[in-house]
Ligand binder design. Sequence first.
Ligand code: FPP
Length: 280
Amino acid sequence: MPLEKASGHDKKLQEKLIASGAIPRHIAIIMDGNGRWAQKRGLPRIAGHHEGVNSVRDMVEVCGQLGIKYLTLYAFSTENWKRPEDEVSFLMRLLLKALRDEKDRLHQNEVQLKAIGEIHKLPQDVQDELLDGIEIMKRNTGLTLILALSYSGRWDITNAFRKMYDDIRAGVVKQEDITESLIANHLSTKDYPDPDLMIRTSGEVRLSNFLLWQIAYSELYISGEFWPAFRRKELYEALAEFQRRERRFGMVSAQLKKDSESRVFPLSGMERFLKSVSKL
Ligand code: FPP
């Protein structure tokens, strides 16, 4: 079944955005403010997480419609395990339910599901559902939806060094071989380009240990809305702001004009690697 298309006014807004500038290839989102959204309404915190799933659904749909290739969602951080046990347990059940309920629709919409983080720490039923979804959707060609689960940026970097250690000790990797692309190729995100745009909701201006290595050149956008209230209209505002920014990657404006197309998106770890190999 083809991707569900936007309609009416929404379709016009999307067409306008596509015509007015670059659409990010990869968006990463720190979904913050579920608890505060609920508390503001006199509801328990978990009601915010519950409503947050509707924002996730909206983002996935609209990112697919806009032709965005990668969407990474910070769904559960390494630090989130420290929350009260009943909240952690609710979040895990919610994740399980969302995966079960949405799997068919995601698949029909050509979404490719992926996960990064310490997946083995999740409850077994969540792991099973997640791996099943990943397997079913592995040949899809639409949006790649990457769920960061039991994830943190420092865990990712530490893990990369652990993976490189054996090669270093065996002498396969020498000191001069340790480059940015070697490190990037050992991160959990090695198959994806770095995010072009990182969004955080709820007005907090922090990275909270999300994709620390990968966001070196990402545009940061802070929305004042709590995550359950962040829907397509708010995403369109973020994208319009992204289009107004000039990404210089450490260069000056005049250099960018010459090389604009290839510079809008930074290269992925794999692309950097292939480029460096092709020069040998
Ligand atoms: C942060 O809000 C949000 C989370 C820790 C969980 C995010 C999870 C979901 C939106 C639902 C499941 C996700 C998927 C992918 C189906 P917070 O609790 O920190 O809010 P607060 O800062 O107001 O306390």
